[in-house]
Design a protein around this ligand. Structure first.
Ligand SMILES: [Zn+2]
Length: 65
């Protein structure tokens, strides 16, 4: 299924995934309880983990790699 990514380098992007976490371009996103209306059904929202990019000094604008 497709999920929506929020915050981080991939904000607003949708990826195929599920479970508790998904990765996108080396970034780790974790599941929230939230759904947004998309394509007639609710799409799960995954939020960028705050400990993903920040410890690398890249901030939220840079990619993790
Ligand atoms: Zn990241």
């Amino acid at each position: 299924m497709e999920v929506l990514l929020r915050d981080g380098p991939h904000d607003g992007r949708t990826v195929t995934g599920g479970g508790e976490t998904v990765t996108a371009g080396g970034c780790l996103y974790e599941r929230t309880g939230e759904r947004v209306p998309r394509r007639g059904r609710g799409m799960l929202v995954f939020v960028h983990r705050p400990d993903c990019c920040e410890p690398h000094g890249g901030g939220t604008e840079d990619r993790c790699e």
